[in-house]
Design a protein around this ligand. Structure first.
Ligand code: BJW
Ligand code: ZN
Length: 249
């Protein structure tokens, strides 16, 4: 007799059981988590801005060769993000944090601040935050929520040029935040990887790291990713629909 494939409902039921049985949960979220809020992802359709690929703009070289153009992209994204709202997936993760308290860690690659706006309190922002600026002269990191920014590129009160407080290709991740993220991956029994293409490193290495320390890995994504094959469960669908069902105990 041919064994029957588990249905999506069976897989969700299994994921819910693992979630209930887990005392320590770590999550890595990516751009897909905010897609249902209306924030374009990086590598999907509709992710382009004036025919530039994110890889052409999200680099220190792109910034230094044309700070104004780079800031125009960030200013456009800030204006877009300011107009959208967190979705049910963001709220479900905030609720899970409320339930598990210190046994829950949210690591995000997202810079949009929507996890904060949904009520998540402790967030490891490994790629920075689009609402932060970094002064190239005095190194001060500050929050700046103005949309649109009055002058591009914006200037610090010290007169120095500001850059977005995000991590670009070829740059190191914030050391302490990254160490905390690695620790949370090594120290959980369930690792959820949500809405990320899992092609950007070192973020994508957290899932196999968690598995090598004994955690179960559940992926939530609309599409297959390089990690789908090694995940213990791969839930195919929108995180805003799946997450509320997953955490509903
Ligand atoms: C849904 C959904 C729904 C849609 N529900 N799902 C060769 C091999 C390995 C590594 C490297 C290499 N060559 C270079 C590297 C290193 C490089 C890297 O990884 N490159 C690869 C691309 C090849 N990494 C770095 O440079 C990092 N730093 C580093 O390694 O430091 C050490 C070092 C120092 C010096 C020299 C060399 C190394 C830094 C990476 C920084 C990434 N920065 C960005 C920009 C942030 C600022 C900004 O926002 O502008 O971070 S790039 C961009 O990609 C952004 C994201 O956080 C990141 C990941 O994207 P994400 O979140 O996965 O989004 P998408 O669009 O790719 O995927 C969306 C997914 O959602 C899809 O799968 C959809 O199916 C899904 N989806 N709707 C559920 N409703
Ligand atoms: Zn300054």
């Amino acid at each position: 007799m041919t064994p029957t494939q588990p249905t999506a409902q069976d897989q969700l039921a299994q994921a819910r059981a693992w979630q209930r049985d887990s005392s320590r949960v770590t999550v890595l979220s990516g751009a897909g988590t905010s897609a249902e809020s209306g924030v374009p992802t990086f590598r999907g359709p509709g992710g382009l801005w004036r025919d530039f690929k994110p890889e052409q703009l999200a680099t220190p070289e792109a910034f230094h060769s044309n700070p104004k153009l780079c800031w125009e992209w960030y200013d456009w994204r800030r204006s877009l993000i300011a107009q959208v709202k967190p979705n049910l997936g963001h709220f479900a993760l905030a609720q899970l944090e409320q339930r598990l308290q210190d046994s829950f860690t949210l690591i995000t690659q997202n810079v949009d601040g929507l996890h904060n706006r949904a009520g998540s309190q402790r967030i490891l922002k490994i790629h920075g935050d689009i609402w932060w600026t970094l002064c190239l002269s005095c190194n001060r990191i500050q929050s700046d929520f103005r949309v649109p920014l009055p002058d591009l590129p914006p200037r610090c009160s010290c007169g120095g040029m500001l850059r977005p407080g995000v991590v670009w290709f070829g740059e190191s991740l914030p050391t302490l935040t990254w160490e905390q993220a690695r620790k949370a991956a090594c120290d959980c029994d369930l690792f959820l990887i949500i809405g990320t293409s899992a092609v950007v490193y070192p973020a994508a290495s957290l899932a196999p790291l968690a598995q090598s320390h004994g955690a179960r890995l559940i992926e939530i994504n609309m599409e297959e990713t390089p990690l789908s094959g090694s995940a213990d469960l791969s839930l195919r669908g929108a995180s805003g629909e799946i997450l509320p069902q997953l955490i509903d105990s």
